[in-house]
Design a protein around this ligand. Structure first.
Ligand code: 2IP
Ligand code: CA
Ligand code: CA
Length: 389
């Protein structure tokens, strides 16, 4: 299934191109922003936005993966619904058509007849992403998976609010970006339909850094399938010291700025000075753990969803870490998670909805989560949080 990984890297790069094109054209970007309503609304935000870019990206990924792996087409899910309402109140189903021209014509109906915008978008969707996979080593990978056993979760753009706001913050080497365009990510995760285990993940950061020709992106991938573990990011033990947060005084923890005060206070004593950090974007915070910019990401609420965590979770597992349901860990006795044979206790899974919930909450990570690379650190954090909130 190295072919699937390569395809996901390509479609994620295409998605990043679409995200960049939409931001480059200010009037186009204004046009694309629509307010979310109804049960799909993420309760966390008073104003949550849905962009046509989101919908278009998700449909493009579904289209491209379905074309190459027809066994997967009914098992590709994402955050967005492909129903879009235009300025005239008409409902349009957004799909990727056979040709660029047809897609442009369909998009024009969503964009109230704006041909320029529709043509620009359709071009980005139908363009073949030229991604040089030099750092990947994907050619030698033999991944023992069959498409008919797999499902996919897509978050076409995570940290939409940062994407829409579009602040251009200068990144500091070795430090995370608390907010800004860097926090916006394309997330694609592959899981086993039978067990819900995440086995492959791709993260594309469309706005990694800016050079004189514009914003440049970066991609990351990981595979964790039985004994096959591979990742584009170095394993923690192979990383040069100083480039990571690990090893300094105290732990480093990244959280949402809206995290409960009781959780912040409980974790502060574990952390070194300035190492209780805040950043936007659920996916970005997990990426910070993957890259060693933080030891753990702790979230006490059910405000993330399967599409936020599936892809990055696969990278954590590829590096020997994981992502657990916080509530489940707080209520379980002992520390069996690190012991042989119990590695998967409390790990998030991706195949079962919460049937009692409605709308997006169907697929929420309801018990909150902890993302980690080092199991001992996970235990210290869980131990510290027990009984505190
Ligand atoms: C959001 C986004 C938010 C995050 C929230 C996610 O996804 O990642 O940034 O909140 O949990 O559901 P926070 O930044 O406080 O962690 P989206 O942008 O796709 O709606
Ligand atoms: Ca998200
Ligand atoms: Ca999103």
């Amino acid at each position: 299934m190295a072919d699937l990984l390569k395809l996901l890297l390509r479609v994620a790069e295409k998605a990043a191109n679409v995200a960049r094109v939409c931001r480059q054209e200010a009037p186009l970007f204004q046009l694309l922003v629509q307010e979310k309503t109804g049960v799909d609304k993420n309760k966390k935000f008073v104003q949550d936005f849905k962009t046509l870019a989101d919908v278009v990206i998700q449909e493009m990924i579904r289209h491209d993966v379905g074309a190459q792996f027809p066994e997967m087409i009914d098992h590709i899910q994402g955050e967005e619904s492909n129903k879009f309402e235009n300025g005239l109140g008409e409902s349009v189903i957004v799909t990727v058509c056979g040709t660029e021209k047809e897609t442009a014509a369909l998009l024009a109906t969503v964009l109230d007849g704006d041909q320029t915008a529709a043509t620009l978008l359709a071009r980005a969707i139908h363009q073949d992403a030229k991604l040089t996979l030099t750092d990947t080593g994907t050619d030698d990978l033999h991944i023992p998976l069959s498409p008919s056993d797999l499902g996919i979760w897509i978050d076409p753009i995570d940290a939409t609010s940062q994407y829409i706001e579009g602040r251009e913050e200068a990144a500091v080497e070795g430090r995370l970006c608390p907010s800004g365009l860097q926090c916006a990510l394309v997330l694609i995760g592959v899981y086993l339909r039978a067990t819900g285990e995440p086995v492959m993940g791709v993260i594309n950061q469309p706005f990694n850094h800016k050079d004189p020709t514009g914003w440049k992106g970066k991609h990351f991938w990981g595979v964790s399938c039985g004994s096959v573990k591979a990742c584009s990011v170095l394993r923690p033990k192979d990383r040069p010291a100083k480039t990571t947060a690990a090893g300094g005084p105290g732990l480093s923890v990244v959280m949402s700025s809206s995290e409960k005060q009781a959780v912040k206070e409980a974790l502060a004593p574990l952390c070194g000075p300035d190492r209780l950090m805040y950043a936007s974007g659920a996916g970005y915070k997990i990426l910070c753990v993957i890259l060693g910019l933080a030891d753990v990401y702790v979230l006490s609420e059910g405000s993330t969803f399967k599409w936020d965590s599936c892809g990055p979770h696969a990278l954590l597992r590829a590096l020997g870490g994981g992502m657990v349901d916080l509530k489940e860990c707080l209520h379980s006795s002992g520390s069996s998670h690190c012991q042989v044979g119990h590695q998967d206790q409390g790990e998030l899974t991706y195949h079962q909805p919460h049937t009692e919930s409605t709308g997006a909450d169907h697929w929420a990570n309801q018990g909150g989560l902890v993302a980690y690379l080092n199991c001992q650190i996970l235990h210290r954090v869980i131990g510290e949080l027990k009984g505190k909130f």
